[in-house]
Design a protein around this ligand. Structure first.
Ligand SMILES: [Zn+2]
Length: 234
């Protein structure tokens, strides 16, 4: 019986955006993606507590870094991991926008987006984009944009190399695997003196975002900030 109820809850979360993505409770009119209780209990990272906290440290010395943060901890098996699972593997692209808006609302209060000119989502390879039908990082960026008014340039960078899933690889292997994966898809002049913010879904090692930043780090006057919806393995 309990199993049947769990199964039904999963089914609701899958097809009905009007139910909380974590606990399955029906959402009120003033709630989106998560019910108030799950939103309040979201395992947020201590991104606002100090300068140079754990996420920033991952990128120090690698490129001209502005700010870096991730919103909440991703722990496999945790009920909040379901948000990422639905977004990445179950077609719930609406969760990307909604979580982008929620995250941006909280970070904007702290001045996290001040001076940022453009949001650039980490691109998917064409093959994966076809399989999934949307780029989840682009959906997150769209939500942030709605909240902050900062434009999204989804085609600024291309993923030119297809990489298999990285979960079984060591950190060193991930960095090697990500070499030359991304290529700038616009003229460097268009990004000169710009403050860009790269948007990703889950930050594990810094390999993917560093590789993406590599494609633009030598542009004159560029500042690169990082924002991921979730932080894994920390
Ligand atoms: Zn809930």
């Amino acid at each position: 019986m309990k199993h049947d109820i769990l199964w039904l809850t999963s089914l609701f979360r899958l097809f009905y955006p009007h139910y909380c993505a974590v606990c399955g409770a029906r959402l009120q009119d003033n709630e989106e993606a998560l019910c108030s209780e799950c939103l309040s209990d979201l395992p947020r990272t201590p991104y606002l507590l100090s300068n140079g906290h754990l996420v920033e440290r991952l990128f120090w010395g690698k490129f001209p870094l502005g700010r870096a943060a991730a919103f909440f901890y991703y722990r496999p098996g945790d009920s909040y991991a379901e948000v990422i699972h639905l977004l990445k593997y179950k077609g719930r692209s609406d969760l990307g926008c909604a979580m982008g808006r929620i995250m941006a609302k909280e970070l904007a209060v702290q001045g996290f987006f001040e001076g940022v000119d453009v949001l650039i989502p980490v691109p998917l390879h064409e093959k994966r984009l076809k399989q999934r039908g949307y780029n989840q990082s682009e959906r997150i960026a769209a939500g942030i944009s709605e909240q902050t008014g900062i434009p999204v340039w989804p085609a600024a960078v291309r993923r030119v190399k297809y990489t298999e899933t990285q979960t079984q690889k060591t950190a060193q292997e991930r960095f090697e695997n990500m070499k030359d994966v991304f290529k700038l898809n616009m003229s460097a002049a268009e990004l000169q003196d710009k403050h860009v913010m790269l948007i990703d879904d889950v930050l594990t090692t810094s390999a993917t975002l560093t590789a993406c930043a590599d494609s633009m780090k030598d542009i004159k006057g560029i500042t690169i900030s990082i924002l991921a919806l979730a932080l894994a393995g920390h």
